[in-house]
Ligand binder design. Structure first.
Ligand SMILES: [Zn+2]
Length: 1006
């Protein structure tokens, strides 16, 4: 049978309703009459709340949800407590005596107080506590040995809405798993019954929200403590007034009860409640635009120049026989056919070839070589493509650029030739008479075919002085027999526009940006955004290989975006000694329009400094009629001017946007962590073991079991993680329910709503491009750079708030990489030089990155990380993704790693690519594990090949994200984590040891 020792244990006055070994409800109702209001019951309620992770305000009245009942029985002789079956009986002589007993039970009593003997009674005898066991009494001093205590914690409260906010109850500014409190409740006998009830409830909620709480919280004085003072006064209205570290509740009966009730019951507006709702409007920014400059650009275009040149040379060629007219032009196949027909009709005797000036090697192999091979009507055994090594010293091109430019021709040719793609191979040649030479052999190794081609290039300055790119370009040459008569190299439409942009627009943008602010270009943009609307006729071709496509305008999109970034990086280095990382939003909107002359329209918008004014709520007024406040006094803005405002009793609740992915089966809680720069609410989902309770404490839940944070949609063009995590939550509930038993899950379902909005606009024209320009926020800022800075870019505040609210053990940031080739002809064909690792083609369908602390200093973190990487590896290995990973690994080796292993690195954990980035601890870092190494166990990034994919490809990426997240967490078991409870003079404390404990034998639970 249970005895008084079990009072504060599960099965005692608290209960575990969902079998996760964590107390999640109170398990007692109080039989209170309106005569007796012991102060010590405040302590008792605080302790009751402390012992649970969630509760409801329904235990101060008869309630059959709870197995135990607490009754007070007046007794002339003695004050003591007994627990008879489900009845906790407190006999009392007077209110003062019962408070002393209650304070003892709240502040000192615990399971092992007297050792392993059943306790029959706990009695107050004069000023001592007697604990009655089988064979006698144990005497201890009661809890109030001192009259005055000093709180070590200094409370600096500048606003009532910082007492309760979206983080919880009075968290320190610095995130921590510990939320320790020293509070004091000062009451008066004249308070009416309903006010007392609300005070008792309030104490229980504060207890629940604390991981360490000093006792007693009544019946004494306490310096520095956060003090709640309740005073009954005859007055029309009641008020809650902030005065230093004292929160005063003053007023007459009903209105005072309304005030107390509102303060302790009402949920914060970010959770759909009313509390603090008058501050909501100040969380949004005004978004007026101011144009910096606007320019339009038009050009006759490459096609016109070609025809003009042919016209000009007419006199050299009209009477010639045996003519070869070779043209390279950056136009789609249909237009190139038209050009060919037009020229052939002029020169019927000539042999006219109109080739693509974008990826010309690829088109030569597929449009000319391949049909010739098929015409041989012989089984081809192998095809070898010899590619000239690129060696221009001032060029950004990689030595393998000519191999890159034919990607993925091996698969395309192999399919047509009905051979395995490993039999279409290439060599990197130091010297070759041409750019490419192709040799095809039969199955016995006899040569069947040979051909070669020279590809023209131009020279275009890169945004960094002294660096150039040598993109393939437009070209016209006319030969008579073997003799070249004339030749002309000219700019493609892309080169025309890019050159104009680089020469005129970038310099104008630079000249017109405001660079007076010290953090301009870093945590504050130099311009709001530049919109580059381009229309051009170019090749847009989907290939029969995975997600591959040939799109010269997607390449231009990437060039405009990244080269603008690089331009400002260089400018920053030149002017302020540090490369600008956040110049502003760069929005290339490009429309592919067959046959038109190229044109563009560019508008740059000015950066306008905005501030989120601080608002400090000092007073709330209540009347006796309504439970929400009628008026608020707050200090606002820089001048801290005191303002009066009446308060609307209705709150405009922000609904989840229709297109925001969410679980459909799992129960989840939502809150608005902040608003994005463009005023979109950023929601957080919290998934915890289900309970029936009204309130739960994030920090208490985290003290009881591990917590996982998963951020999705960080880079908005990386599209798979947002729908994937919503699905994962449902799958966890349905198939892996032990996960919510073992941990709390916190999800950012769309971390970057402004980026997502921009991405939405960009995919209207070009649904399958990568759209890197939509990865950052509205003004082109990598918002994780401004974390922990209380920035106006609300997207940067979300993770810091979650770190503070939950103190998660594992932080996972779901990302993505291109699903197909990423090329930038004006940055050396390869991706921009700023990247030290190649993302030119995917290296895997899914791979991982982890920030890794020094293994010697943090050996336990290292054990956790090994467990995680192994867990993910096992998940991927058992799925179809392993084949896809193998496929990409082979492609990555064939096209990159075998030639340049440093730029195309492969770092394997068993069979999975997992890069481990060595990370130093740094209390100012924006990365979780670096900033909080004492309590963050792992800091992970997933990368799925998902940059704007749909259908089956999206499904594979979602699967990849799900397996990654699942593999990273499903090994976690709460029962082996050590949760300590401490009882000392200071009070009580609950703490879970960090970092996470790893099970010794790996048991796959499923
Ligand atoms: Zn990313």
């Amino acid at each position: 049978m249970r005895d008084l020792r079990d009072m504060w244990e599960i099965g005692g006055l608290v209960q575990d309703q969902n079998q996760d070994r964590v107390a999640d409800q109170v398990n007692i109702w109080f039989d209170l009459n309106d005569e007796l209001h012991p102060e010590g019951l405040i302590d008792f309620c605080a302790r009751l709340g402390f012992e649970t992770t969630s509760l409801s305000f329904d235990f101060l009245q008869e309630n059959n949800r709870y197995s135990n009942r607490l009754s007070f029985v007046k007794d002339e002789e003695e004050t003591y407590v007994e627990w008879n079956l489900n009845h906790l009986l407190i006999y009392y002589q007077n209110e003062e005596a019962v408070s002393i007993l209650l304070r003892f039970l709240a502040g000192k009593w615990h399971r092992n107080f007297v050792g392993d003997v059943p306790v029959k009674r706990i009695k107050l005898n004069d000023s001592e506590i007697w604990i009655e066991v089988e064979d006698g009494n144990i005497t201890v001093s009661p809890v109030e040995s001192q009259n005055t205590t000093i709180s070590e914690k200094i409370y600096k409260v500048d606003s009532l809405t910082k007492v309760w906010n979206e983080i919880g109850f009075m968290h320190n500014e610095k995130a921590s798993p510990i939320n320790n409190h020293h509070v004091l409740f000062l009451t008066e006998d004249t308070l009416e019954h309903h006010s007392w009830i609300e005070i008792y409830y309030g104490a229980s909620r504060i207890g629940m929200e604390s991981t360490a709480l000093s006792f007693p919280i009544t019946g004494k004085n306490s310096t520095n403590a956060l003090t709640f003072q309740f005073q009954s006064r005859e007055a029309e209205n009641a008020s809650i007034q902030l005065d230093g570290n004292v929160i005063q509740f003053t007023g007459a009966s009903k209105s005072l009860t309304n005030a107390i009730s509102y303060f302790f019951r009402e949920r914060h507006w970010t959770f759909g409640g009313h509390f603090g709702s008058w501050e909501q409007k100040f969380k949004k920014l005004d978004n007026k635009d101011e144009v910096l400059f606007q320019v339009t650009w038009e050009d006759e275009g490459e096609k016109q120049e070609l025809f003009d040149k042919v016209e000009e040379w007419n006199r050299y060629i009209e009477d010639k026989k045996d003519l070869d007219i070779n043209i390279f032009i950056s136009e789609p196949n249909v237009i190139r056919d038209d050009i060919k027909k037009t020229i052939e009709s002029k020169f019927p005797m000539a042999n006219v070839l109109v080739r693509s000036a974008f990826k010309p090697g690829y088109f030569w192999l597929t449009e000319e070589v391949l049909p010739n091979l098929l015409k041989l009507k012989q089984q081809i055994g192998s095809v070898v493509i010899n590619c000239l090594k690129e060696e221009r010293a001032d060029g950004l091109e990689l030595p393998i650029r000519w191999i890159q430019e034919i990607y993925p021709v091996d698969e395309v040719m192999a399919k047509e030739l009905q051979i395995d793609s490993c039999f279409v191979d290439f060599n990197l040649c130091e010297s070759l008479d041409a750019t490419y030479e192709v040799i095809a052999k039969d199955l016995d190794g006899n040569q069947l075919y040979e051909n070669q081609i020279v590809i023209p290039v131009s020279k275009v300055p890169y945004v960094e002085e002294g660096k150039y790119s040598y993109p393939t370009t437009a070209h016209l040459s006319i030969c008579e027999g073997k003799k070249q008569i004339v030749q002309h190299t000219f700019q493609t439409d892309r080169e025309r526009f890019y050159t104009f942009y680089a020469e005129s627009i970038l310099s104008e943008l630079w000249a017109k940006t405001d660079r007076t602010s010290a953090n301009g270009g870093f945590t504050r943009p130099l311009f709001d955004r530049i919109e580059i609307n381009v229309e051009m006729s170019e090749e847009e071709l989907k290939l029969p290989v995975g997600e591959e496509r040939i799109s010269s305008l997607e390449a231009l999109h990437e060039d405009l975006y990244f080269n603008t970034l690089d331009y400002f990086l260089v400018k920053g280095e030149q002017t302020v000694g540090n490369g600008y990382t956040s110049p502003g939003g760069i929005y290339p909107f490009i429309s592919v329009r067959e046959g038109i002359k190229p044109k563009a329209d560019i508008t740059a918008y000015k950066w306008i400094d905005r501030t989120k004014e601080s608002i400090l709520t000092e007073q709330l007024l209540f009347n006796h009629e309504q439970r929400t406040p009628i008026e608020v006094k707050y200090r606002f803005g820089k001048g801290q001017k005191l303002m009066n405002e009446s308060i609307n009793s209705h709150v405009q609740v922000e609904k989840l946007p229709d297109d925001l992915p969410r679980p459909t089966k799992a129960q989840f809680h939502t809150w608005i962590a902040d608003y994005s720069y463009r005023n979109k609410p950023i929601f957080v989902y919290e998934i915890v073991a289900n309970t029936e309770e009204t309130y739960y404490s994030a920090i208490k839940l985290s003290a009881s079991k591990p917590t996982i944070l998963i951020e999705t949609g960080h880079h908005a063009n990386e599209v798979s993680s947002m729908p994937a995590v919503a699905e994962l939550i449902d799958e966890i509930i349905e198939k892996h329910p032990y996960i919510t038993e073992n941990m709390n899950l916190v999800i950012i379902p769309r971390a970057n709503p402004d980026g997502t909005e921009l991405h939405k606009q960009m995919i209207l024209d070009n649904p399958e491009w990568k759209h890197h320009a939509a990865r950052y926020n509205a003004v082109g800022l990598e918002y994780s750079d401004v974390r922990y800075q209380d920035t106006i870019f609300g997207e940067g505040n979300v993770v810091p708030k979650i770190m503070n609210r939950w103190a998660p053990d594992i932080v996972i940031d779901n990302h993505g990489i291109p699903s197909h080739e990423w090329t930038q002809p004006f940055a050396g064909y390869h991706i921009p030089p700023r990247f030290h690792m190649s993302y030119w083609i995917p290296n895997a369908m899914i791979y991982g990155i982890s920030r890794m602390l020094n293994q010697k200093t943090y050996p336990e973190h290292s054990v956790v990380l090994n467990k995680i990487t192994h867990g993910i590896q096992q998940k991927v290995k058992a799925s179809k993704l392993q084949d896809m990973n193998n496929y990409w690994m082979e492609r990555y080796k064939k096209y990159g790693n075998q030639f340049m292993p440093e730029l195309f690195p492969i770092e394997l954990t068993e069979e999975l690519i997992f890069y481990k980035w060595e990370t130093k601890t740094d209390s100012t870092s924006t990365s979780a594990i670096s900033r909080f190494p004492e309590w963050v166990s792992a800091d992970l990034i997933s990368e799925a090949a998902d940059e704007t994919v749909y259908g089956d490809a999206l499904d594979s990426c979602k699967e990849a994200q799900k397996l990654f997240n699942l593999g990273a967490i499903e090994w976690i078991r709460s029962d082996i984590q050590e949760v300590y409870k401490n009882y000392d003079l200071e009070g009580i404390r609950i703490e879970r040891s960090r970092p996470l404990k790893v099970p010794v034998t790996s048991r796959i639970l499923s």
